[in-house]
Design a protein around this ligand. Structure first.
Ligand SMILES: Cc1cc2nc3c(=O)[nH]c(=O)nc-3n(C[C@H](O)[C@H](O)[C@H](O)COP(=O)(O)OP(=O)(O)OC[C@H]3O[C@@H](n4cnc5c(N)ncnc54)[C@H](O)[C@@H]3O)c2cc1C
Length: 452
């Protein structure tokens, strides 16, 4: 009998295994594919490598703006993929070494929950005092839209070895806009189709609007508030028909309409675990209704992000070890969209804050007044939302590289800082981070490089 049997070796599962082994618990970690899961092999890391290659392409293209002779001569997708796969390979090797160096029993194979405390893999039974479900998610599609040939999800899009001339992207959420950004930088004619009224619809309305302006400026086409009807592919391309009657044609169609929980036929329901539309329901301590069974990561309703999975995995290991960890505030989890421009946010949007707190104050610090942003040639803003006379309850940013500013933003939000407290902290000049200080100075009533 082991202390913990973990089903799934992605962000949530392996973080749980590493922390549990640190705490002296006996751990079995079961993975049917590759340790590291979606994030490392088909998610965060490969997309960010492509986005970096895209940034290099833009730098080459824009060199003349800075007095540097450079020209953009095209993309060698084989080499881009080599670079991307090299990054993944090194991280994968490191992770395998880390798991091996700990006292973790790593089992390769597909597991099924056959009793509330037993997972079966390749005919072997692993019994645990506790079970952690961490089987992750898959790319969804729409009814009647088969993923084949020129119609693909992010899984296939990350492996293509050529740059298409044109692409239609279904879905203007995080994954959709990241791919739109990469492909545009690679010279592709991109059209994003989003059913909701704005791109990145989960963000603060001001950020969504700014993103649309930025995409327009970059020549990325998009259609919002219009629903997909069907797609037909032939030897030369894909034709997409929208409910408005409009048709679009491109080399490829990327379906980026969200991710569903990977929980079917794994024995969860059969063992009496409460589920909702495939997601595993837990309480705030990540326990399911079946004693001794926990769930972490993308199968738990909420933000589908790797660092949420890491934190939940650590939490469950500590909970099982009896450390009574502090439960995780979902709105205190940072959210970054790594496109050009980047979006980073934490806490409540203005609309959500108004609903929750009634009276609020907000302030938008324009990056136009920030020296480093001028040097980089980026525009955008940092928008703060505070409870009236209270702490900061939302930080929303857009602009090149603002993802790197989320670290301070999350401290401000999670430590419930007042604008006047942050205004007292010194921010280095000239950094983009300085804009965070300036925004708080302004909200504290003493703007420096900004109008009131
Ligand atoms: C294109 C893309 C880009 C992304 N970019 C980011 C980003 O920049 N930042 C970010 O925070 N998040 C990003 N994400 C989201 C992130 O990848 C996920 O939130 C994260 O991987 C979830 O971790 P998880 O452990 O829940 O699931 P997963 O990483 O999916 O891991 C689950 C694991 O369980 C295994 N498994 C499933 N069933 C079984 C079984 N029966 N037996 C054994 N093993 C099984 C799977 O093989 C898999 O390895 C991105 C996702 C995608 C698709």
């Amino acid at each position: 009998m082991h202390d913990i049997v973990i089903l799934g070796g992605g962000s949530g599962g392996y973080a749980c295994a590493l922390r549990a082994s640190q705490l002296g618990l006996s751990v079995v970690l079961i993975e049917k594919d590759k340790l590291g899961g979606t994030c490392l092999h088909r998610g965060c890391i490969p997309t960010k490598a492509l986005l970096h290659a895209a940034e290099v392409a833009d730098t080459a293209r824009e060199g003349e703006n800075f007095g540097v002779h450079s020209t953009f001569n095209g993309i060698d997708m084989t080499k881009v993929n080599e670079y991307k796969d090299g990054v993944i390979g090194r991280l994968y090797k490191g992770l395998q070494g880390l798991v091996k160096s700990r006292d973790i029993t790593f089992v390769e194979g597909a597991g099924t929950l056959v009793a509330p405390n037993v997972v079966e893999v390749n005919g072997e039974r692993y019994e645990g005092k506790n079970i952690v479900l961490a089987t992750g998610s898959f790319a969804r599609t729409l009814p009647g839209l088969d993923i084949t040939g020129r119609i693909m999800t992010s899984d296939q899009a990350l492996t293509i070895d050529y740059v298409p001339a044109s692409v239609i992207i279904l879905g203007g959420g995080v994954i959709g806009v990241e791919f739109a950004s990469v492909w545009r930088s690679f010279g592709v004619d991109v059209t994003v189709v989003e059913g909701l009224p704005n791109l990145v619809p989960a963000e603060d309305a001001a950020v969504s609007k700014a993103m649309e302006r930025a995409f327009r400026k970059r020549g990325i086409n998009f259609k919002v508030g219009v629903r997909f009807q069907n797609a037909v592919q032939d030897a030369d391309g894909v034709t997409v028909t929208l409910e408005s009657g409009d048709t679009l044609r491109a080399d490829l169609l990327l379906v980026a309409v969200g991710r569903g929980p990977r929980t079917e036929n794994l024995g969860y329901e059969a063992q009496g675990i409460n589920m909702d539309r495939g997601f595993v329901l837990t309480n705030e301590r990540l326990a399911t209704n079946v004693p001794g069974v926990f769930a972490v990561g993308d199968i738990v309703p909420g933000l589908q992000l790797a660092h949420r999975g890491f934190q939940q995995g650590i939490f469950v290991a500590e909970e099982i070890a009896g450390l009574a960890p502090q439960s995780i505030d979902e709105s205190g989890i940072p959210r970054v969209t790594y496109s050009e421009p980047e979006i980073a946010s934490i806490g409540y949007t203005e609309a959500q804050a108004k609903e929750k707190y009634g009276e609020i104050e907000s302030y938008e610090y324009n990056l136009g007044g920030n020296g480093k942003s001028q040097i980089l040639g980026t525009t955008g803003f940092i928008k703060l939302i505070r409870q009236k006379d209270g702490p900061v309850v939302g930080v929303h940013m857009i602009g090149s590289r603002v993802g790197e500013l989320i670290g301070e933003a999350q401290l401000i939000y999670n430590w419930e800082a007042y604008p006047s407290e942050v205004a007292n902290l010194v921010h280095a000049h000239p950094t983009q981070n300085e804009a965070m200080g300036e925004a708080h100075l302004a909200l504290a009533g003493k703007p420096l490089h900004a109008h009131a």
